[in-house]
Ligand binder design. Structure first.
Ligand SMILES: [Zn+2]
Length: 180
């Protein structure tokens, strides 16, 4: 199964793969080598999301896309909580190439305030969190609208995570585009 490489130039996104840095829940570099890559079906939806976001004056920023299952094993060893981390024996939809972690940048390339940072494993990251300021709720709804319109669906526990609605029909992908 071929993954397509996503680039800032070709796709009009900003890419910051946090697992290629130490700034992530594992506290260390997880991706020794990484490119941003998605299954072609997810890439097609991403392309739509880029257009819808752009029409409203925003740019999509990607934190993670394809993730090898070996990385999933590392995250599971750090946090074995299925609400936030998929059990590697089940496989993450990121490892199927059909999930993407995103936020929106404004016209000044500044991230919208989503109430928490990416990968904040807490109640405030849930879509249903009611204690967030209106401005944050609005920003999350904006991202939700863009992504739903493009064909993605959200998950309840992470405002940044979007995936294809039939993700589980896709097989796990073992690609060396991202190495652990
Ligand atoms: Zn995700």
């Amino acid at each position: 199964m071929a993954l397509n490489i996503i680039t800032e130039q070709d796709h009009g996104v900003v890419i910051d793969l946090v697992y290629a840095t130490k700034n992530n829940l594992a506290g260390k570099i997880v991706y020794r080598q990484a490119v941003c890559a998605l299954h072609p079906d997810a890439e097609a939806c991403l392309n739509k999301a880029v257009v819808y976001a752009r029409q409203a004056g925003f740019t999509l920023k990607i934190f993670d896309a394809y993730r090898p299952n070996k990385a999933q094993e590392i995250f599971w060893s750090v946090l074995a909580d299925p609400q936030y981390v998929s059990d590697p024996s089940q496989g993450s939809n990121h490892s199927r190439g059909v999930a993407v972690d995103v936020t929106l940048l404004d016209a000044n390339n500044k991230e919208l305030d989503m109430g928490t940072g990416f990968d904040a494993m807490e109640d405030a990251s849930h879509h249903t969190c009611t204690s967030l300021p209106e401005a944050v709720q609005k920003n999350r709804l904006l991202l939700l609208g863009v992504m739903l319109h493009a064909g993605f669906k959200p998950i309840a526990s992470e405002w940044w995570h979007y995936e294809l609605s039939n993700s589980h029909e896709y097989p796990m992908i073992d690609s060396d585009l991202v190495t652990v």
